[in-house]
Design a protein around this ligand. Structure first.
Ligand code: ADP
Ligand code: MG
Length: 549
């Protein structure tokens, strides 16, 4: 038997861990099961290169609760550890880093805990005592037991274990009794382990026989080891994607589109993104994308990893290249994350472009639902705008759809003002502005329907992006003046007199409302002086009434 002192100066490791890791105790299970998965994957790798020549056998990872003993045990049939390895991997690395780690991250400790790979340590958040009973895969390796009750003293001794692999036995502490409840463990397994690549068993399968429930004694596997996103798109059917969506979001309506991401250069990333169907603003939910790292659930808060407008999408992203064990602010400045983010944007745009090109009819049918995502993206993301301007649509009051290019062609002849600026007329409320719409149409003008939640912002974006174009609401009182009339005469009043006169008028108008004064040559149907409220100001008012989420 060997005893030793773990390399920390702190007297007792419990208080530190409990204090700083307070916010998210439950992640211990994710960490321990991840270690079990790692150990199993390592063994498979050793077997595939021929270093391990034995039988792999059953590699299922088992989670067991023993309420009488007050223990929770995680068992794997992976590589196991020799006494020497325990010394290196558990005693040295794990504990020696504790002080430094806490020094370094104290400030962020609460918020970031869920993102830390606290690994084996985290077991002490919920346990009075932790045991490792393990036997290495190597020929002739002796089984060992390591135990530690949270003081810096640990014990290593000989153990009894025939099979290769590791048991981690947690003696659950009084204030963590919840982790001895089946339903609680079940819930955590579902959250963190649902798509892990090695089968995980919790409990046994029950069966109904002759009106009675009987225990079959067979393992009940709680995870799906080959989730859809890890499979080849070519092997999958539309139904598979629909079904996966229903599994992830049982209460949601069918999605509009999906995008299967599959990148292996310059970084690794797989995933499936769905455009959800949004009926009302209440359906808008952020952070429905789940982030995985090698099939281990990490978080559903993807802000900073995908562009903001894509946080409205649903689905799964899996990447071993997103540094998950760091704080959010670090994440956002990480160059890898930036690359990933712009790549996802590109993929999403490419897919939309493809659907638009191949099946415009379908695209138009879905446009009203898609519009929110696409306009939000165009407003907030320069790069996305550049890609989306080829497939984004404008809809007119008659329900016809146009690309930007098509629309420009449509109104070019008839809807320019005297500066040759294109004037895009739009209605923000079809019913309210009905008579104005009729009037504009009677003059041969086309009227867009811009009644979406984000449209006031979108119009602003379009005005800065589209060359020589401005938007005017169909009921603005100068509609007909904005549009070139062949017979319009140049104003003969000299410019300096116009300026003087303008001052007089402006002096009489409330300044904060930004009125604009202009002059017109007298003639049939013309007014000598035209006072308009700036379209921009009007829109600002609209905007403050309707803000994006
Ligand atoms: P990390 O997993 O980030 O390396 P951990 O603290 O979780 O850090 O684990 C430390 C090390 O202990 C692992 O790298 C591994 O070598 C060893 N280890 C932990 N759990 C197991 C296990 N179930 N089987 C084999 N080795 C393990
Ligand atoms: Mg680990």
């Amino acid at each position: 038997m060997q005893t030793g002192k773990i390399g920390v100066t702190t007297e007792n490791i419990f208080p530190i861990i409990k204090k700083f890791l307070y916010s998210d105790h439950e992640i211990f299970l994710r960490e321990l099961i991840s270690n079990a998965v790692d150990a199993t994957q390592k063994l498979k790798t050793l077997a595939s290169v021929g270093d391990f020549k034995g039988e792999l056998g059953d590699l299922t990872i088992r989670v067991k609760v023993d309420r009488k003993k007050g223990t929770l045990t995680i068992s794997d049939s992976g590589v196991g550890m020799t006494a020497d390895e325990i010394d290196r991997y558990i005693n040295q690395i794990a504990f020696s880093g504790a002080e430094e780690f806490l020094e370094k991250y104290k400030a962020q400790a609460n918020g970031i805990i869920g993102h830390f790979g606290l690994g084996f340590y985290s077991s002490f958040m919920v346990s009075d005592k932790v045991e490792i009973i393990t036997r290495s895969w190597q020929d002739g390796a002796k089984p060992v037991r390591w135990s530690c009750d949270g003081t810096p003293e640990y014990k290593i001794e000989d153990a009894d274990r025939e099979a290769r692999g590791t048991d981690i036995v947690l003696h659950i502490s009084d204030d963590s009794k919840e982790f001895l409840e089946d339903h609680r463990i079940e819930e955590l397994l579902r959250k963190y382990c649902r798509f892990l690549p090695i089968p995980i068993a919790f409990g046994t399968e029950k069966e109904w026989k002759d009106g009675k429930e009987v225990d079959t004694g067979k393992d009940r596997i709680i995870n799906e080891t080959n989730p859809l996103w890890t499979r080849k798109p070519a092997e999958l059917k539309d139904e598979d994607y629909q079904k996966f969506y229903r599994d992830l979001y049982p209460a949601q309506e069918e999605p509009l589109f999906y995008i299967h991401l599959n990148v292996d250069y310059p970084f690794n990333l797989t995933g499936i993104l769905y455009f959800p169907r949004i009926k009302t603003n209440f359906d808008i939910q952020k952070n429905k994308i789940q982030l995985y790292c090698n099939q281990v659930y990490v978080t559903d808060s993807v802000e900073g990893i995908v562009p903001e407008f894509l946080t409205l999408l649903h689905g799964v992203i899996d990447s071993p290249d997103i540094p998950l064990n760091v704080s959010r602010s670090y994440l956002q400045s990480d160059s890898n994350v930036k690359k990933i983010s712009s790549h996802i944007t590109k993929k999403v745009a490419d897919r939309l472009q493809e659907i638009f090109k191949n099946d415009r009819e379908q695209f138009e049918k879905k446009w009203d639902d898609l519009k929110l995502f696409i306009t939000f993206g165009m407003i907030t993301d320069e790069k996305f705008y550049e890609r989306a301007e080829k497939f984004a649509l404008l809809k007119n009051v008659d329900g016809k759809y146009f690309t930007f290019e098509e629309y420009e062609k449509l109104v070019k002849e008839n809807q320019t003002d005297k500066n040759k600026t294109l004037v895009y007329l739009y209605a923000s409320d079809k019913d309210d502005q009905h008579s104005y719409i009729q009037e504009a149409k009677a003059r041969g003008y086309d009227v867009l329907l811009m009644d979406g939640q984000l449209d006031p912002h979108f119009i602003n974006t379009l005005e800065t992006k589209l060359k020589d174009t401005r938007f005017a609401r169909v009921d603005s009182d100068v509609i007909d003046k904005l549009i070139v009339k062949e017979d319009r005469k140049e104003v003969s009043l000299p410019a300096d007199e116009q300026a003087d006169l303008r001052l007089v008028f402006e002096g009489a108008l409330p300044a904060q409302d930004h009125y604009w004064v202009s002059f017109e040559e007298l003639g049939e149907g013309a007014n000598p002086v035209v006072i308009t409220q700036s379209e921009f100001m009007r829109r600002m008012k609209d905007m403050s009434a309707m803000s994006p989420t």
